[in-house]
Design a protein around this ligand. Structure first.
Ligand code: NAP
Length: 516
């Protein structure tokens, strides 16, 4: 790649890497202006099938190349991500409208995921010897075979880090990837991919397609050997149905309506700062963002005052620097969604505690971080995921009421509790039903711990990314047994009769010494 600054020539060279044979394009706007920023090609179903076929060939050599080679290449890619950070941060901001701070969170996450998988893949996937069913007669090993081609579908909100969390473990495990990039995150993904290609990943091993869900998306889920989907619960259910019919595996990272519990022993000002960040980093357009705040009635006064003070006059902006604290919503569709939830809530009697207004003076899709009170079950914002700019605040009388309310959701992605007491934190976190629980933070503790599994329960998804679990998705365990020839296995009735006594003796002995 020649230039490493965000320029039209660089955008064109990145877009050239999309597997697309036709001349159809769509304009992609930037949230900073709402104006067309670049055009993206549309991959056809045939383009996707071609990419999968070529990835399948490339995967054979990649799997054979072994862990040490893959580790070297991935660690080089890690270093290139850091070297190219200014470009990657620019692209993330240009496409998503988030602040440079949140773009940096993405970049750090992508680098950490790359380092983790490069260093851990061999340890997790090298296979192992297990106790054989017929000791001395047989030896048994489990080895892991890469599944082949993984199809990765990522949404627009965290293009860089979500791509890394699926693509890198797939590569580390010896798989190839064909990724359907969302239009609004494609440049970031293509620049990330370039770092991996320049580090030594073969071009065909990680192919990027763009295009419609109906054509490119369906062609992808029809042909790959494993599906990694990140997106809404509605689409996740559809993809789960497809994976079920094809009998291929899938990890589904879906929506959330994440709660935070603020107990009465915390410093209200500090708690307000934590809650504001948990709710409105990336303007709430992160799957693990907080949308429900349960505050103990005893500290509700000072906590609410501190929250209002923190969120009044928010520092909004879209410049490619660290000046702003809050960015833009990512698209006109996001603004419509947020406005619809707000209008519905206000029409049904909710009150705006702080925020509540679009900020077209800053940019077309900017919206103030908004906290509502008086939210009731008949309002859309009560149970449905808003995925942007709005959180609802409820008062609770005690910890039990808070936990029951937090768990009363169809979702179970992330949950948080703020308390000074480690005993209380343990009790509450044990009781919260979610894929991750953060104590004294909104989401960053768990989200940044790339050695730990990340995912949801209930309607928030199936399967896990990150950690050992994130790697094990991409392999099939294969059990390989070998007869040693020390003694022949019985075949006739007489041979079985002769072995019955020794067999019972062995079985009872294993039971007595409590061995498996
Ligand atoms: P979405 O509508 O489900 O779309 C997600 C991606 O899937 C898009 O790229 C979309 O392509 C593609 N897609 C849609 N239908 C498809 C199909 N039938 N086959 C293949 N691909 C298909 O989700 P979104 O509204 O863009 O994203 C926001 C949602 O993602 C929120 O619910 C959020 O909570 C969730 N999310 C979850 C996590 C997590 O880790 N749990 C992380 C981030 C976001 P098109 O754009 O072409 O339609």
């Amino acid at each position: 790649m020649p230039a490493q600054t965000a320029s039209p020539a660089l955008f064109a060279s990145l877009i050239d890497d999309v597997v697309a044979s036709g001349s159809d394009t769509v304009p992609v706007p930037s949230p900073a202006t709402g104006e067309r920023h670049h055009d993206l090609p549309r991959s056809t179903g045939d383009d996707v099938r071609d990419a999968v076929s070529r990835a399948r060939l490339a995967q054979l050599a990649w799997a054979r190349a072994g862990f040490a080679h893959r580790r070297r290449v991935l660690l080089r890619a890690h270093d290139l991500i850091l070297e190219r950070r200014e470009l990657l941060l620019d692209l993330v901001q240009i496409e998503s409208g988030k602040t440079r701070g949140q773009a940096l969170e993405e970049l750090v996450q992508a680098a950490a995921v790359t380092r983790y998988n490069a260093l851990e893949a061999q340890r997790v996937l090298r296979g192992r010897r297990v106790r054989a069913g017929l000791p001395t007669l047989v030896t048994t090993r489990v080895r892991y075979r890469a599944k082949g081609v993984a199809g990765v579908i990522t949404p627009w909100n965290y293009a860089l880090s979500l791509a890394a969390m699926d693509v890198v473990p797939a590569l580390a495990a010896g798989c190839a990837v064909v990724q359907k990039a969302d239009d609004q995150g494609a440049l970031s993904i293509l620049a990330l991919r370039r770092a991996f290609i320049d580090a030594g990943v073969p071009e065909a091993l990680w192919a990027v397609v763009t295009g419609s869900a109906d054509e490119a998306g369906e062609a992808l889920t029809d042909t790959v050997d494993y599906i990694c989907f990140t997106g809404s619960t509605a689409t996740g259910r559809r993809i789960a149905g497809k994976a079920g019919r094809r009998l291929v595996g899938a990890s589904l990272e879906l929506g959330g309506k994440n709660p935070i519990i603020v107990l009465d022993d915390v410093d209200p000002v500090q708690a307000a700062a934590d809650v504001a960040y948990g709710c409105f980093s990336a303007m709430g357009q992160l799957c693990v963002s907080i949308e429900r705040i349960y505050v103990h009635r005893k500290i509700a006064g000072p906590f609410t005052a501190a929250l209002v003070e923190r969120l009044s006059d928010p520092k909004l902006g879209s410049a490619l620097d660290f000046d702003a604290d809050y960015g833009s919503l990512a698209s006109a569709a996001q603004l419509t969604r947020v406005t619809a939830h707000l209008d519905d809530a206000l029409a049904k009697g909710a009150t705006v505690l702080v925020g509540g207004k679009p900020r077209t003076d800053v940019g077309p899709w900017f919206f103030e971080p908004t906290v509502l009170t008086g939210v009731t079950p008949e309002m859309d914002v009560y149970a449905a995921e808003t995925f942007g700019a709005i959180a609802s605040l409820y008062l609770v009388d005690d910890e039990v009421e808070a936990v029951l309310a937090a768990n009363a959701s169809e979702y179970g992605l992330n949950a948080s509790v703020l308390t000074r007491s480690s005993k209380t934190a343990k009790r509450v976190s044990d009781a919260l039903v979610a894929g991750s629980v953060n104590i004294n933070e909104g989401y960053r503790g768990a989200f940044s711990s790339v050695a730990a599994p990340m995912g949801g329960v209930k309607a928030s998804g199936l399967g896990r990314r990150n950690g050992r679990e994130g790697l094990l998705r991409f392999v099939d365990p294969v059990t390989v047994s070998r007869t040693t020839g020390v003694l022949a296995l019985p075949r006739t009735g007489a041979e079985f009769r002769a072995l019955e006594g020794p067999f019972l003796l062995l079985t009872r002995a294993l039971r007595a010494i409590r061995r498996s």
